[in-house]
Write a protein that binds this ligand. Sequence first.
Ligand SMILES: [Zn+2]
Length: 397
Amino acid sequence: MGKEGNASQSWGSTGPGMLLRLIRTADRWTKTELVRESGLARTTLIERLEHLQSAGYVTSNKQPTQTGGRPAETYSFNDQAGYLLVADIGGSHVRVGVTDLAGILLATSERDLNPEDGPDAVLGGVIDDLDGLCRTGKLDPSRIRAIGVGVPGAVHEGVLSRPEISGWESTSVAGCFAQAFPQVPVLVDKDANIMARGEQRQNPEKYQNMLVLKVGMGLGCGIVVDGRILQGAAGAAGSIGHIPRGGNVQCSCGQWGCLEAVASGRSIAKALLDAGQEVHTSRDIVNLVRKRDRQALDLVRQAGRELGEMLGLVAAVMNPSIIIVGGNLAESPEPLLAGIRESIYSRFLPSLTSGLEIRPSVVGSAAGLTGAAELALEALLDPARIDESITLGQSWR
Ligand SMILES: [Zn+2]
């Protein structure tokens, strides 16, 4: 994240970085509009704009006027000035992508992974995937501006503080990517949090208080309170998978009776395997759900009921306006949602649930990658960082 250096302090709170933040909120601006919205004096605004333009952060265009008069000059964020590399690493699957600086996905690829290969092999493989996308797209490596990564587990300062996969403890995910891509900021967060960012991006005004459940082989939850992702003391807010709900089923973490042990892709796959079905991944379960397999439908719906009990409790604490259900197991979301709604609406008082919307992800599988891009952009375009780069004479040219 941006450092508060001496350089940035000289700009005060009205430096070019803050102006850039304003410019990003709309497609294009005239100087008059920017003076009005920023509150800056016209001469100050022109000076700030010149800095942003010469650093390559802002471009200008001449727009013809409707009256046929002198074309008005407009200013826009230069979202074509480079690329972001993004990765959404789950417990059994990884997606990688390249975006422009508006966070629009330009290329993606995905594959299954085996977390038991260990963090070095898995992260090395993800870096190879990103390299592959860059080579296929003939991207100039010097135009990669930042990297955003989601991983299964709580992250504190780029390090997995509470991984969902045993053997991944204390893995420096940021350090691993920074070795492969030096010179660019690397931002890492929990997979459910980047998914929440991707969903929030659809409607930031509306999604100020939101719960995003990610159901794949494991469980994750991203919590948005007053417009911000809730991180908690160790980045572990929303780690609902290992909350004990009782019972005698052993969880992948070694404890007995965790929520994940009875309501996750892993638990459903195990039950189906025990019943003689060839099921190993969330996608295998979804395929059975799509074929209307009775046993798979019942197991997914029951998992939804269990999840609904927990989501109701969390919702009672944080009062979201919406619960979004995503992840690989939600790719055919009906039975899962039916179970969640059944529990929440039958077990919790209407005063807790009135106005609460519960729905599947509209962004779908791309939510993690677009959220990783948001995470990277937030750091890359942090106003203090932009001010400092201008003072140091750095640019995107
Ligand atoms: Zn557990």
